[in-house]
Design a protein around this ligand. Sequence first.
Ligand code: 5RP
Length: 219
Amino acid sequence: MNQDQLKALVGQAALAYVPDGAIVGVGTGSTVNHFIDALATIKHRIQGAVSSSDASSERLRRHGIPVFDAGSVERVPVYVDGADEIDGHGCMIKGGGAALTREKIVADLAERFVCIADASKLVDTLGKFPLPVEVIAMAAPQVARRFAEQGGVATLRAGVLTDNGHPLLDVRGLAIAQPEALEAEINQWPGVVTVGIFGRLRADVCLLGTEQGVRTLVF
Ligand code: 5RP
């Protein structure tokens, strides 16, 4: 199976975590696109979705799935999203698709975070994938210097603004041994909107697409 087929496998498998009548939290990315397509096959069983990006909202609507504003929903039973890396504790790097801020907001509404990913995303230590950080534009050089003090090399993602209109830094060279501690620290830096470490809001379950089928990791 190629990587896209593995993503499709876990996108389909995530339906098992969607309760009848739910408003479903929906993430962003190529793996989630498979989930959205699978969700369309059971759309009569759900109320709709809360989405983490304009791209996912558009895909949901194209399938005729109602999209609710995050602000109009207090809790959702499940949030389904991909990851750029996930470790053995369910901590993740996210934001490769630039949707990290809204992903964190919707994940925070969820009782359960189900991560869907192909097996290549499972790592021992987070940090090989460049860490995305959404920043206020005027603070980008300042935040980049702070990363340099930590041994990281931050570059501006060329030609990309988030759905919130902000630029992104991608930070290479960090070995993230303590995700929650680093997440909490970076969150304090003026000008940081969101860091793409999902430690406090880590996955509860990961459905990993492997050649042998879906491997379920429970954290
Ligand atoms: C978007 C994300 C995605 O979940 C992450 O980039 C994984 O994407 P894909 O499913 O395309 O591999 O965090 O901001």
